[in-house]
Design a protein around this ligand. Structure first.
Ligand SMILES: [Zn+2]
Length: 329
């Protein structure tokens, strides 16, 4: 159809030129061809530009349908000074949630610089799309105030609650043994490390951190007292206390990853005893053995889990701080 139109236009121009100018058929054909070349070229350039724009718009759409492409391309991060602005969060409407509902907290640990940034960005974006507010366990000594990750957290800070995940997350050797960062610490040592981490987070603009998550969920009794004395309202570890981890997407000792339905079954067991299920997940849970990002695993074990939880009746996402505010914990 396109070729037919061009031929018709060309014929009309040749006829008009030959009749009006009387410059002969050969010259008329040459002038007409040149005119078509100029107009045709301009039209093709315009057509190509429009097609490219449509393709880039489609990138945003793919985020909603959960395909396996890296989503970071679809969510441009503002650059420069704009990211340094203080973000003021609106009051959330969680206080109107029914008190007899089933609650779950999605706890995302090991947030640090240059560590699977694309996955973290997708986790935040997909949670936002589904209206789920996760808790992010940030490692204070492994994140810089001006880094890409910090800028993302600052920009999106109303979309999650930030928790302090230890100080540097390093294991400690004592004699022949090796312990998790806060597993064997004295009160004084724990106190100093926690304050150091808390101060770093405050410097980065995260002053309202209320939850402490010890690395590997392990905390000595002295360290627990230090956390409480410093003023954290919630501790999420593995002592079977109220905010402790109820289910893990990936279990490190057995190297097993759990499907969305297995996690839901786990939560249903929890909900028989209390109305809060804490689901722990890490960015590195969705990588291959070589450490490459596995977007298919991400889609199935993270996005589909959130979608499943979101579709459950009388079931709501909540952060630790929100839960404490509602129930005066
Ligand atoms: Zn951790």
């Amino acid at each position: 159809m396109f070729t037919g139109s061009i031929t018709l236009i060309l014929s009309i121009i040749v006829l008009v030129f030959a009749l009006i100018t009387k410059i002969g058929w050969a010259k008329s054909i040459s002038i007409s061809l040149l005119t078509c070349l100029i107009f045709g070229g301009t039209f093709m350039l315009y057509f190509t530009a429009i097609t490219k724009q449509k393709e880039s718009n489609f990138g945003v759409k793919s985020l909603m349908f959960g395909n396996s492409a890296p989503r970071s391309e679809a969510i441009p991060i503002a650059k420069g000074q704009q990211e340094q602005k203080e973000v003021v969060c609106d009051k959330q409407d969680y206080e109107s949630l029914p008190r007899d509902a089933r609650f779950y907290t999605v706890r995302i640990d090991d947030i640090q610089d240059d560590y699977y940034y694309d996955i973290v960005e997708s986790m935040i974006a997909d949670s936002e799309v589904l209206g789920i507010k996760p808790v992010l366990g940030v490692i204070p000594d492994k994140i810089e105030g001006s880094s890409k990750m910090t800028n993302l957290l600052r920009k999106k800070k109303c979309m999650f609650e930030i928790a302090q995940h230890g100080l540097d997350h390093e294991r400690i050797s004592v004699g022949q043994g090796e312990f998790a960062e806060f597993e064997s610490l004295s009160y004084e040592d724990a106190y100093d490390k926690i304050v150091q981490g808390r101060d770093s987070l405050i410097e980065m603009g995260f002053a309202d951190v209320e939850t402490f998550i010890p690395p590997e969920n392990l905390l000595s009794q002295d360290a627990r007292e230090a956390v409480e004395d410093i003023g954290f309202s919630q501790i999420s570890s593995n002592d079977e206390a109220h905010f402790d981890s109820s289910a893990s997407v990936y279990q490190y000792n057995t190297k097993k990853i759990f499907s969305p339905h297995e996690i839901l079954t786990n939560c249903e067991d929890q909900w028989l005893g209390k109305n809060l299920c804490v689901i722990t997940v890490h960015p590195q849970d969705f990588t291959t053995l070589d450490g490459e990002v596995d977007w298919l695993a991400y889609d199935f074990y993270f996005y589909d889990l959130l979608a499943l939880l979101n579709s459950e009746p009388d079931t709501y996402s909540i952060t630790f701080a929100q839960y404490s505010n509602i129930y005066n914990y």
